[in-house]
Ligand binder design. Structure first.
Ligand code: HH2
Length: 274
């Protein structure tokens, strides 16, 4: 956790490379299931400039079915063990299951990235005294149904309110502000106009205090604008990452590390305040 906090203290934005060890993720399902292939992918992302690797063993794309704790652990543990030997950057695990959190904390991960913001019973207790940071993300509903008939709601107020409440829940169990990140949860129970509204008004989340993490990479909100399938959304995704950083995001979660790092380096040079 300390090495992650050291990175967060740098004045530049951080790039989190996505490593999906799932058969069904929306843009790269099945590509990195084999632990050796996953390690090679992680090493390549680090060589390209990734500051953090985020490993996920359950797809949370709209319509995805949950996987069991056992399956998640079976996918994660061999990969984590290899990554700990072969990769030098902080590791994050994308999970909402307390039992999985416990298992990966024992493997020394630096960040628990929970798309349910530690709402599962027992989650807060598992992370409270562990040497990890937590990412609290807003999601409306559950992945299997979250994009079905999303009503028009005041998304900005709802996200801010929810994250305030989850920050308070973390503080209650002794997780200090310095151990938290917040995330608006692009695409999680939101209409396309909601997503763009949140990106435009990211400053409302920045005002909450913890660093803001965003996951926009290859998502449908980009696809709708550029009219391309997930793996052809590179230019749209890096443009979105750049906008997010300009609007205050500290960490961008991306599939295409090399291009994102290049764009953010150029942005940094041309922006006095970054
Ligand atoms: N998005 C995805 C998964 N995890 N975590 C955070 N903090 N923020 C996000 O926006 C976010 C996330 C979905 O993207 P991906 O992992 O590529 O797809 P899938 O869920 O299908 O594996």
């Amino acid at each position: 956790m300390d090495r992650l906090r050291t990175l967060l203290a740098l004045p530049r934005p951080l790039v989190m490379g996505v490593l999906n060890i799932t058969p069904d993720s929306f843009s790269d399902g099945g590509d990195f299931l084999d632990p050796d292939v996953a390690l090679a992918r992680a090493q390549a992302m680090v060589d390209q400039g990734a500051d953090i690797i985020d490993i996920g063993a359950e797809s949370t794309r709209p319509g995805a079915q949950p996987v069991s704790v056992e399956t998640e652990k079976q996918r994660l543990l061999p990969v984590l063990q290899r990554l700990r030997q072969g990769v030098s950057v902080p590791l994050s695990v994308d999970t909402r299951q307390p039992a999985v959190m416990q298992a990966v904390i024992a493997e020394g991960v630096d960040l628990i990235n929970d798309v349910q913001a530690m709402q599962q019973p027992g989650a807060l207790a598992v992370v409270a005294d562990a040497p990890v940071m937590v990412c609290l993300m807003h999601m409306r509903g559950e992945p299997h149904s979250m994009q079905a008939d999303v009503p028009d709601y005041d998304v900005r107020a709802a996200v801010v309110q929810f994250l305030k409440q989850r920050i308070a829940a973390c503080l209650d169990v002794g997780i200090a502000h310095e151990r938290m990140m917040v995330d608006p949860g692009f695409g999680f129970g939101k209409r396309l106009d909601h997503n763009w509204m949140l990106l435009q008004h990211l400053s409302a989340l920045v005002a909450l205090g913890p660093p803001v993490l965003v996951g926009l990479s290859r998502k449908r909100m980009i696809g709708e604008v550029v009219g391309r399938p997930p793996k052809e959304r590179l230019a749209g995704s890096v443009a979105a990452a750049m906008l997010a950083v300009q609007n205050g995001a500290k960490i961008v979660r991306v599939h295409d590390v090399a291009a994102t790092v290049d764009v953010l380096r150029v942005l940094e040079k041309g922006t006095p305040s970054l």
